[in-house]
Design a protein around this ligand. Structure first.
Ligand SMILES: Nc1ncnc2c1ncn2[C@@H]1O[C@H](COP(=O)(O)OP(=O)(O)OP(=O)(O)O)[C@@H](O)[C@H]1O
Ligand SMILES: [Mg+2]
Length: 434
């Protein structure tokens, strides 16, 4: 699909598998097909049953292929969760060609060298995101190809994930008859589409409220500086309603999605949802009562997020907060957010036809992220390959540098140290990929 400038993005969520195929036309995202299927083999964002996941992926693929009228070959897949770490990295290589002109192969070599890091056996390097290059003494280079030099260095970010979790994702995709084109970090993907360059520069928090997880990602100076995932989401809202209404999960889910509001005050006490209790009794639940239950749980989730933001030193973001994920489609959730976080809160949903729902933010962000990625990064290496990197000989230097790397979940004290680089990897992306 990639050769035609179109790609397929897969988001294996806890409640739904979402698949979008799209292309970028003059900076505008053009969605060619989308499909989704209920996801039964995923718990808190992690695949626990490959068979069930394969089944859901196949369903979504069938839907998309029907619209497209052609088969999907390869897909990019979103990765997220507590098992993901983002670390600073550096790499170095000598330039091989006789004329000393830097080629794609040199870039590939230097990116590979940046992946040399001693990591525990159970972890894999998923991706390397170049920030800036140095050719001999010349620093701050964004694309070194075509330049002349002897020594090429790179600084950037390394994405590391748990081998077992990544393996299940890869295996599910392959068993669904697809090829894995590469992994994309959910937080980065969403930031590409839900926030503007200015917001990412000035500081913004993105909160993805899914089904069993809520992920907060903080961006400052175009850099992902903090990320954390809570094991709460829409599933908890639905479960709270089953107790309140004494009904089946599916009935509570329907009530939530059709009549739910994030604030009791927004619910109309005269508007009543008709349903059957678990004992077979016919009952009516006022919308305001549904709002009361949802508001209480959402308030709790937001307070937990706020606590983590404060602990990490990001209590107030200059550009405020952006909500996405399926649960953020509840009316009034932005108002509730403003009340709790005491800053501007907006809900993001993709604008493209067919995916106008905040639950599509990750998949739509992936499309933009991958389609606008530079040739420098693409020339790097096969992104679908999970790397197991062992340091040898000369690579020891890189290893030692990398051992001082800090994870994304860094606290304010670390963050407040003056940045060594003027540009972040995200601004690098903007230049090349944005
Ligand atoms: N209109 C709606 N009103 C309220 N909630 C909704 C609505 N539409 C979807 N949801 C809820 O959104 C959740 C699914 O969102 P999403 O697709 O973003 O989650 P996911 O990616 O599958 O899960 P996770 O990110 O936790 O792995 C479900 O709990 C669903 O009930
Ligand atoms: Mg999700």
């Amino acid at each position: 699909m990639e050769t035609k400038g179109t790609i397929a993005a897969l988001d294996i969520g806890t409640s739904e598998v979402k698949l979008i195929v799209g292309e970028l036309l003059g900076g505008t995202l053009n969605v060619l097909a989308e499909g989704s299927a209920p996801s039964a083999g995923v718990k808190r964002g992690v695949i626990v049953d490959i068979d069930q996941t394969v089944h859901a992926i196949k369903q979504a693929v069938t839907e998309v292929e029907r619209t497209l009228g052609e088969p999907i070959g390869e897909v990019y897949v979103a990765i997220s969760g507590e098992h993901i770490q983002v670390k600073d990295c550096q790499g170095m290589t000598s330039i091989k060609g006789e004329d000393n002109e830097i080629t794609d192969d040199d870039v590939k070599d230097v990116l590979h060298s940046a992946m040399v890091m001693r990591i525990p056996n159970e972890l894999s390097v998923v991706d390397v995101l170049p920030k800036t290059f140095t050719v001999d003494q010349q620093t701050e280079i964004t694309d070194p190809r075509g330049m002349i030099g002897y020594r090429l260095e790179v600084t950037g970010k390394l994405i590391i994930g748990a081998k077992t979790i990544l393996h299940s994702i890869k295996r599910s995709i392959e068993r669904a008859g697809l090829e894995l084109a590469g992994y994309v970090l959910e937080s980065l993907a969403v930031s590409r589409i839900a926030a503007s360059i200015d917001e990412l520069e000035l500081g913004v928090g993105i909160i993805d409220i899914g089904h069993e997880t809520t992920t907060l990602s903080i961006y400052e100076k175009n850099d992902l500086v903090y990320s954390t995932t809570l094991p709460y989401g829409g599933d908890h809202l639905t479960r709270d309603l089953t107790y309140k209404m004494n009904c089946k999960y599916q009935d509570a889910k329907l009530a939530k999605e059709e009549y739910g509001v994030a604030l009791e005050a927004l619910g109309d006490p005269e508007e009543k949802v008709s349903y059957v209790t678990i004992n077979g009794e016919h009952r009516f639940e006022p919308q305001s009562e549904i709002g009361f239950v949802l508001e209480a749980r959402l308030e709790e989730i937001f307070e937990m997020i706020q606590k983590r933001m404060t602990q990490a030193g990001y209590a107030h973001m200059n550009s405020g907060l952006i909500l996405c994920g399926g649960s953020s489609s509840l009316p009034g959730i932005d108002q509730l957010g403003k009340r709790i976080f005491k800053q501007s809160v907006n809900v993001y949903q993709p604008a493209s036809l067919g995916i106008r729902h905040p639950k599509y933010a990750v998949a739509a962000g992936m499309l933009r992220y991958v389609l606008s990625r530079s040739a420098v990064s693409k020339s790097g290496f096969d992104r679908a390959e999970e790397k197991e990197v062992v340091a040898h000989g000369r690579e020891q230097d890189a290893l030692l540098m990398n051992e001082q790397a800090t994870p994304v979940r860094e606290e304010r004290s670390t963050r407040e140290q003056p940045p060594k680089e003027k540009k972040s990897f995200s601004s690098f992306f903007e230049k090349f990929f944005g």
